[in-house]
Ligand binder design. Structure first.
Ligand SMILES: NC(=O)c1ccc[n+]([C@@H]2O[C@H](COP(=O)([O-])OP(=O)(O)OC[C@H]3O[C@@H](n4cnc5c(N)ncnc54)[C@H](OP(=O)(O)O)[C@@H]3O)[C@@H](O)[C@H]2O)c1
Length: 226
């Protein structure tokens, strides 16, 4: 495929590397080339099969609007924009493109999501829940999109809103922990990323899975098929 990778940062540059390893042609754009999505013209998009976005919460919505209205399939790893999810879902429906987003493209985290969903019922049985997340000091959003997704999964399953505590320190890739505590015992569900490679591989597999599809997809619902 001819892929356009938006964002040349820590994750976007790995996405480009993994995509090339898997045989795709990749064009990359960083912020200097694409302020306000200015580069995403019909001409630029004409030869592109799909776009991957690992940019910033400030940049991502303009990128989405340009690519979706330009008729391109898109995979979005950027977090911090989910209050606009419904608007984007409608835009994708109107333009009949394929769109896949995910708070976390690591397979391990998606198993944690399912473990948290299974465990959440225990909040009806004298347990109190808390989510802890730890990331590198440069991370721009807090809580992380992954922690917010864990909170939503637990709320949807148990009706209980558990609190999130965020830590920003050093170069931590990403640690998420759900703690369920009772007078008798404590359950810890913890995922600790060793590198960003798992995110990049998941995102590239998501692009490949999305080829030829239309619709609005969340990676946590489709990762087993990718
Ligand atoms: N879903 C997942 O699995 C997952 C995993 C990791 C990270 N993330 C999310 O992905 C996003 C990026 O994370 P990161 O750690 O890679 O951040 P990062 O290292 O800060 O990289 C962000 C990049 O976006 C670029 N950028 C900003 N505006 C742009 C624009 N208009 N067009 C093109 N590029 C633009 C920046 O370019 P300059 O450096 O030139 O300014 C920078 O290289 C964050 O929202 C993070 O939470 C998601």
């Amino acid at each position: 495929m001819n892929l356009l990778s938006l964002g040349r940062g820590k994750t976007g540059s790995l996405v480009a590397q993994v995509a090339r390893e898997r045989g795709h042609d990749v064009t990359q754009l960083g912020s200097a080339d694409n302020a306000g999505a200015a580069s995403l013209t019909a001409d630029r998009l004409a030869s592109i099969d799909a776009v991957v976005d690992f940019t910033t919460p400030q940049a991502v919505l303009a990128n989405i609007e340009a690519c979706v209205t330009g008729g391109k399939n898109m995979v979005v790893g950027t977090t911090g924009w989910y209050e606009d999810l419904e608007r984007v879902r409608q835009l994708v429906g109107k333009n009949q493109t394929g769109f896949l987003y995910g708070a976390n493209f690591s397979i391990g985290i998606n198993v944690l999501f399912e473990a948290a969903q299974t465990a959440a019922g225990i909040l009806q049985h004298q347990y109190l829940g808390h989510i802890f997340e730890r990331h590198h000091a440069q991370k721009k959003d807090a809580p992380s999109g992954t922690a917010a997704t864990l909170q939503k999964i637990i709320r949807d399953t148990s009706g209980v809103e558990v609190e999130i505590t965020s830590f920003r320190e050093g170069d931590v890739v990403g640690m998420h922990e759900v703690v369920l505590d009772s007078p008798n015992d404590t359950i810890y569900l913890c995922h600790d990323s060793k590198s960003r490679r798992g995110f990049a591989e998941g995102a590239v597999r998501a692009v490949e899975w999305l080829a030829g599809k239309r619709g609005f997809f969340d990676f946590k619902d489709v990762w087993r098929q990718t």
